[in-house]
Design a protein around this ligand. Structure first.
Ligand SMILES: [Zn+2]
Ligand SMILES: [Zn+2]
Length: 261
């Protein structure tokens, strides 16, 4: 199973490709399945990112007919912050069909976790630990989510020579997060965009997730254009395998379908 479960299109505020371009790219690369997870954000009030889910569903129906060899799923990446954000996202999703929901933390106390202002005045340890603590606080707000998106988002644009976010940055809090996810039948994604051009990281993280009951992962390129569709999937799969994770999941109507890793 070669499936990209984190993709943005022009339906996202920062998308750089059409859903058709991305689906075509997936076809050409031999992917079995893709899931469009456009941004749904209420965490930077008063700025709101709200895809036109009706227009997108219509477009996906067209693409399913156009690319019958490719399974195309409807997803969303919802920004986690507090119960109000989650409630606004819930209302925006109501009445629309979703196969898969990613819950992601993009902001810490109203500051983007990739902005210079976030890292200023903090050590790497402080910046990373605070991000993980923010995940833990926000996690209960969206029970609908299937996976936690990019646990290492804070590292993606970080200004450090060694950007990797490691278990040792917040071991107790990671344990709380992993236990909670496992208990609820949820998981974490392996987000191959966080690595940028670096070697993959996360073996310590996913090994611990497995030890605390984690059963599956999803793998996502987090592409915003069409070039990176399916990027570094094999490396992510190898990472999951090395961590002892038994299953790669895809989703239909919110329900996982398991594929042996
Ligand atoms: Zn994200
Ligand atoms: Zn994303």
């Amino acid at each position: 199973m070669y499936a990209d479960y984190h993709m943005h299109t022009f339906f996202s505020f920062d998308g750089e490709a059409s859903a058709e371009q991305s689906a075509l790219s997936a076809m050409n690369k031999g992917l079995d399945e893709i899931c469009f997870t456009d941004h749904l954000d209420f965490d930077l009030h008063p700025v709101v990112h709200l895809p036109d889910f009706s227009a997108r569903a219509e477009e996906i129906r067209r693409l399913r007919a156009l690319f019958p060899g490719l399974t195309i799923r409807l997803g969303a990446e919802v920004s986690l912050r507090d119960p109000l954000c989650a409630q606004q996202a819930r209302e925006a999703m109501a009445g629309h069909e979703f196969d898969f929901i990613i819950g992601s933390v993009h902001t810490v106390d109203g500051i983007s976790a990739w902005a210079d202002a976030y890292y200023e005045g903090k050590s790497q340890q402080e910046a990373y630990q605070l991000y993980v603590e923010t995940i833990w606080r926000a996690l209960p707000t969206l029970p609908e989510m299937n996976v936690l998106g990019h646990f290492d988002f804070v590292a993606k644009y970080a200004p450090y020579p060694d950007r990797a976010l490691r278990l040792s940055h917040a071991p107790e809090i990671f344990d709380l997060i992993f236990r909670q996810l496992a208990e609820e039948g949820k998981a974490m994604e392996i987000n191959t965009a966080s690595w940028q051009q670096d070697a993959p990281w996360g073996l310590d993280i996913f090994t611990r997730f497995r030890q605390l009951g984690g059963q599956f992962v999803t793998i996502g390129s987090d592409t915003h254009g069409y070039e990176r569709v399916g990027a570094r999937f094999q490396e992510a799969l190898a990472l999951a395998q090395a961590a002892g994770i038994p299953w790669l999941a895809t989703f239909s109507g919110g329900n996982p379908i398991y594929h042996r890793i």
